[in-house]
Design a protein around this ligand. Structure first.
Ligand code: S3P
Length: 448
């Protein structure tokens, strides 16, 4: 079932050619952070290009519940922040819907203010592990009371006299890193976060942009991030770049759909996010970066993807995993149309996303005639080559937007159509997915 309604079955038919420009929505990670940091600044932050997906709208509602004023004015989101330490106690349960990023970052942001807040989510989010965030928040002095296994619903009691923390993140997770940094904002002294593997660095960049004192150093231990607490954050004007994780869908669809030539303009190639595109190039994809330029200190390009019938299976470097963690589902679809095996090691985190993404994709791909092997932290797709993937199955999206979109993309190039049980979750990150893809020439319809 979708987060806020009945299931929405959808069917994707063999399509093509896909042609034209695909203007994908704003970046989900940066959108959440714009709202949260805007709420923690003093004064008016203005945000354009915000992703208006359900995940981000749930974060906006949560920030209102903690006392920020947030409204939309002619396409710009305006946030009147309450300042670091200025959150009030919400008088209702905070429902973060489907969003792990939303709930984990907000827990961090409130954990060093002496207030209580109770968090919940949908059936997917309430299965996901929260101890990875509440463990480090406890070091600041916050307390968490949740369900067994550290699951939501959960109440956090923020620390009254928080102490600074030095914390090595045990799993590669930008959400955990960000929760600790946001908690560190309302703590006197320096909070230090160490990550062995670099994960997306939007929090660090944006905290510095809002005027926090933050340094990053690459050492033998890994990346060491030091934040000096209790800054006054200065409100910002933010233009949210387009989401490379959403761009992945039209790009991958074009590669596997006969005759396609699609341009996805203005996509950030921040090295902590762009791993998929280099992986596709390694597979022999006709994917080019046009008009490569720099915007806001980040490399940006127009991605041009053309039908690539001669893709080769590869070994995806484990050390690239963090920079493409959300893109493995759609990569596995492309891998099904390549010649040879694509082996994807070092991806244990895929098992605790909106769904167990290895299991969800492996099960659906097998039902569509593709051989997939998997282990605790790896999986291998045996590519069948272009024109050789059967399709014809009804697969489950498990309340996971990226699983839903990946299987629809699969259906553009299988011999028989692919049906998903529920496309409702697509609205969490890419509300215009269907219209954007059909505008390029894809065939997606409502199913029964
Ligand atoms: C995100 C971090 C990643 C990613 C998620 C967004 C973020 O999760 O999967 O979609 O905005 O910080 P983890 O930090 O759990 O790897």
């Amino acid at each position: 079932m979708s987060a806020h309604g009945d299931p929405v079955p959808m069917i994707a038919h063999r399509s093509g050619p896909l042609r034209g420009e695909a203007h994908v929505p704003g970046d989900k990670s940066i959108s959440h952070r714009s709202l949260i940091l805007g709420a923690m600044a003093v004064g008016e932050t203005r945000v354009t290009g915000l992703l208006e997906g359900q995940d981000v709208l749930d974060t906006a509602k949560a920030m209102q519940a903690f006392g920020a004023e947030i409204y939309q004015e002619d396409g710009t989101w305006v946030i009147h922040g309450v300042g670091v330490g200025g959150f009030g106690e919400p008088d209702q349960v905070i429902d973060c819907g489907n969003s792990g990023t939303g709930v984990r970052l907000i827990m961090g942001a409130m954990a060093t203010t002496p207030i209580a807040a109770t968090f919940t989510g949908d059936a997917s989010l309430n299965k996901r592990p929260m101890a990875r965030v509440t463990d480090p928040l406890a070091l600041f002095g916050a307390r968490a009371y949740g369900r067994s296994g550290g699951r939501l619903p959960m109440t956090i009691l923020g620390a009254r006299d928080p102490i600074p923390v030095r914390y090595t993140v045990p799993v590669p997770s930008a959400q955990v890193k960000s929760a600790v940094l946001l908690a560190g904002l309302n703590v006197p002294g320096d909070t230090v976060v160490i990550e062995a593997e670099a994960t997306r660095d939007h929090s660090e960049r944006m905290l510095a942009g809002f005027g926090a004192k933050l340094t990053t150093e690459d050492t033998d231990e890994g990346r060491v991030i030091t934040l000096t607490g209790q800054p006054e954050l200065t409100p910002q004007t933010i233009i949210v770049p387009r989401d490379p994780s959403s761009a992945a869908f039209p790009v991958c669809a074009a590669l596997i759909t006969e005759g396609s030539d699609v341009v996805v303009p203005n996509i950030g190639l921040n090295p902590t996010r762009a791993g998929l595109f280099y992986t596709l190039q390694d597979m022999g994809a006709d994917l080019t970066f046009e008009n490569l330029r720099e915007e806001g200190g980040e490399p940006v390009a127009d991605l041009r993807a053309r039908f690539s019938p001669d893709l080769k299976g590869i070994e995806v470097p484990a050390e690239r995993a963090a920079s493409m963690i959300d893109e493995y589902p759609v990569l596995s679809v492309v891998a099904a149309f390549a010649q040879g095996k694509t082996h994807m090691p070092g991806v244990k985190e895929l098992r605790v996303k909106e769904s167990d993404r290895i299991d969800a994709m492996a099960t659906g791909l097998r039902a569509c005639g593709v051989t997939v092997e998997d282990g605790p932290d790896w999986w291998t797709v045996h590519g069948r080559g272009f024109g050789e993937v059967a399709g014809g199955a009804k697969v489950q999206s498990h309340l996971d937007h990226r699983i839903a979109m990946s299987f629809l993309v699969l259906g553009f190039a299988t011999n028989a159509p692919v049906t998903i049980d529920d496309g409702g979750p697509i609205a969490t990150s890419f509300p215009v997915f269907q219209s954007l893809m059909t505008g390029l020439g894809a065939r997606i319809e409502a199913a029964v």
